[in-house]
Design a protein around this ligand. Sequence first.
Ligand code: XMP
Ligand code: MG
Length: 184
Amino acid sequence: MKTDHFGKDIATVLLTEEQIQRRLVEVAAQVDEDYADRDILLVGVLKGAVVVMADFIRCLESHVTMDWMAISTYGSGTKSSGVVRILKDLDTDLDGRDVLIVEDILDTGLTLSWLIENLRSRGPASVEVFTFLRKPDAVQVELDPKYVGFDIPNEFVVGYGLDYAEHYRNMREVGVLEPSVYGR
Ligand code: XMP
Ligand code: MG
């Protein structure tokens, strides 16, 4: 769905479809180079990473398999608490695998640092991260994702898989949510 159809809910568009697709091609080329001759297991984090995963896997030339986890950080709305619970675990055994986590956004980093530790404890050969978005001003833990799509300002964004109260995931662009929407 196009951003215009969401009317005044979107304060500004941060990333257009063209910018997103161009960047995914660049990141995929880097991943292809780094993982030459290795099978990658992409681990997507539901539900936000669904859209970026769908576009990203089609930019890759490498052989990949894909699995999904659903985790929930206690707390709702626009703030994350860092207390994480697994809602759906992986189907795949990670023993000896090269894991690349695909995340929608790195905000405080609490969710992702928990996830990295959790996956590392399962005996993979490697665990790396591709986060589509990162808010450098919000990061609270030391975390150095190998691949970052875009650094963005510390504002609540929606679209391209990212939601507010489960809405806006199907918006094609990434936009800043009008703060008055949170109060609804
Ligand atoms: P932390 O703070 O743990 O948060 O890095 C990561 C998770 O919080 C959600 N999140 C957002 N979702 N727009 C969203 O739609 C945002 O601006 C935003 N910031 C954080 C998201 O689920 C992410 O995985
Ligand atoms: Mg998420």
